[in-house]
Design a protein around this ligand. Structure first.
Ligand SMILES: [Zn+2]
Length: 70
């Protein structure tokens, strides 16, 4: 009997589960914390925590408004 597939299909599926978990965790981190800055990248003003938690942002409200105007 061959043992080339050590651990069998279950082991493979389990490994894929772990990889998916990691991928999801990394993606979440990028979306929810990676993109948000504590200080405005435009003027350096601290960004209120409420704003940072509501949306991933890099700019304070005045700068964001200016940027959106173009
Ligand atoms: Zn600013």
């Amino acid at each position: 009997m061959s043992t080339a597939w050590a651990g069998g299909t279950d082991a493979i599926l389990e490994r894929m589960d772990k990889m998916t978990e990691l991928f999801v965790a990394e993606t979440r981190k990028a979306i929810y914390t990676g993109e948000s800055a504590s200080h405005c990248e435009e003027c350096g003003e601290p960004i209120p925590e409420a704003r940072r938690q509501a949306i991933a942002c890099k700019y304070c409200l005045p700068c964001q408004t200016e940027l959106e105007k173009g």
